[in-house]
Design a protein around this ligand. Structure first.
Ligand SMILES: NC(=O)c1ccc[n+]([C@@H]2O[C@H](COP(=O)([O-])OP(=O)(O)OC[C@H]3O[C@@H](n4cnc5c(N)ncnc54)[C@H](O)[C@@H]3O)[C@@H](O)[C@H]2O)c1
Length: 308
């Protein structure tokens, strides 16, 4: 059996999915992208028109037909509504896409060799210290609740269809082509627009930032292992940085001082102070090690042309 696979990525025109599409093609796999382009951009998918399927995963018949036509060996399901403030404002849409859309995708994957489903660190409750996969779940917001449902659906799919299924709990991704205004693209945008006094929200919360290239390698290594059951893996870097430390990294790479002004409109009412991954399971199973530090990542972001 060839180790080059026919792979379908849902959400492959998005921030993480586009890095994954590039990485899997570099490894020689044949990549198809399924995306409705609601948040993603066509050119980011990195595939020709024959390999691009513009489908809304809420459309069950269209999703079934598109996946049946490709008949992929590996499916990586990343399509979701994911920006927490957007999910809070549009809870019904978030639930529809993240839950019903996931049901539609999984039901179309019963003939796949392996399925990977993107989840999130937002399924964990507030915790001090690094969280392991067996830590009890306890999402704080509608987004985390829909993704915990995504995980449960993936487990049920595995039991029902017998397809080996991996859930990856992504921590905070950073890298080029970010589609949602998270902290790092926000700082990047303000710095690239010439500001040296930045308007930001809470400065003290710490997050585990992992580069999208490191995430893509982790996903490819996990699928390459040919695991047979249902497994959950944290995909983070295992280091946490505060907002202030991220701004410090921009300062170092820019070689100019940056001042921070707290903008009360940006301060979140409910905020976790820590979110840190224990990635020992991922490392033990795959031998994966992160390659990107925050400074190297920020250096490339300062050279990026931002899409307006
Ligand atoms: N960015 C992060 O830090 C982070 C952290 C944890 C988990 N995740 C998860 O990773 C995955 C990818 O996130 P991302 O940051 O790349 O976000 P993104 O918004 O850039 O990517 C999601 C993609 O899904 C597509 N999509 C949305 N609704 C769709 C629908 N109804 N039908 C078809 N396609 C649809 C969008 O157009 C977009 O291209 C998501 O499942 C998200 O929950 C991301």
């Amino acid at each position: 059996m060839s180790d080059k696979k026919k792979v379908l990525i849902t959400g492959g025109a998005g921030f993480i999915g586009s890095a994954l599409s590039r990485h899997l093609q570099e490894l020689g796999h044949e990549v198809y992208v399924l995306d409705d382009l609601s948040f993603g951009r066509r050119e980011l998918a990195g595939v020709d028109d024959a390999h691009f399927l513009k489908v809304d995963i809420r459309d069950r018949a269209a999703t079934q037909q598109a996946i049946a036509r490709v008949d992929p060996q590996w499916v990586l399901h990343l399509a979701a509504i994911h920006f927490i403030p957007y999910c809070n404002q549009h809870p019904v849409e978030a639930a529809d896409i993240n839950i019903n859309g996931t049901i539609n995708v999984l039901d179309a994957c019963v003939d796949a060799e392996q399925v990977f489903v993107a989840s999130t660190a937002a399924v964990y409750p507030i915790a001090d210290g690094a969280v392991r996969e067996d830590h009890p779940t306890g999402p704080l917001d509608i987004y985390g609740i829909t993704k915990l449902a995504t995980e449960r659906l993936a487990s049920e799919f595995h039991l029902r269809a017998g397809v080996p299924t991996i859930v990856g709990r992504f921590f905070n991704a950073f890298g080029p082509n970010e589609t949602n205004p998270h902290l790092i693209p926000e700082v990047q945008q303000q710095v690239l627009s010439g500001k040296r006094t930045l308007q930001l929200g809470n400065l003290d919360p710490k997050r585990d930032f992992i580069h999208t290239e490191d995430m893509s390698r982790a996903m490819a290594l996990l699928l390459g292992k040919g695991l047979t059951g249902f497994e959950v893996f944290n995909i983070g870097r295992g280091i946490e940085y505060s907002v202030r430390e991220i701004v410090d990294a921009f300062e170092r790479q820019l070689g100019e001082p940056l001042t921070i002004e707290v903008d009360p409109a940006r301060v979140r009412k409910v905020e976790r102070m820590h979110l840190l991954a224990d990635v020992s399971k991922l490392k033990r199973v795959t031998g994966w090690e992160p390659k990107w530090g925050i400074d190297e990542g920020v250096a490339t972001l300062l050279k990026e042309e931002r899409h307006k």
